[in-house]
Write a new protein. Structure first.
Length: 67
């Protein structure tokens, strides 16, 4: 699937999955201190929350438009 044929929802879902992957990798990284792991987790949680809000707004708009 080319980037041009992806919908906004597909792209957002991919970004959420990528953020979750990075968060898991950071938590498993033994070189990070507990503080660094917590900071990274907070960063990725914030990004995931923001992307989820945007995704929900797009879904609501599409649902409203299709009525």
């Amino acid at each position: 699937m080319s980037a041009n044929s992806k919908t906004a929802l597909n792209l957002i879902n991919e970004r959420i999955a990528l953020a979750e992957k990075h968060m898991a990798n950071d938590q498993a990284n033994e070189e990070f201190t507990a503080h660094q792991k917590q900071l990274n987790a907070n960063y990725y949680r914030g990004a995931i929350n923001h992307l989820t809000v945007v995704r929900n707004q797009i879904e609501a708009t599409l649902t409203w438009r299709d009525k």
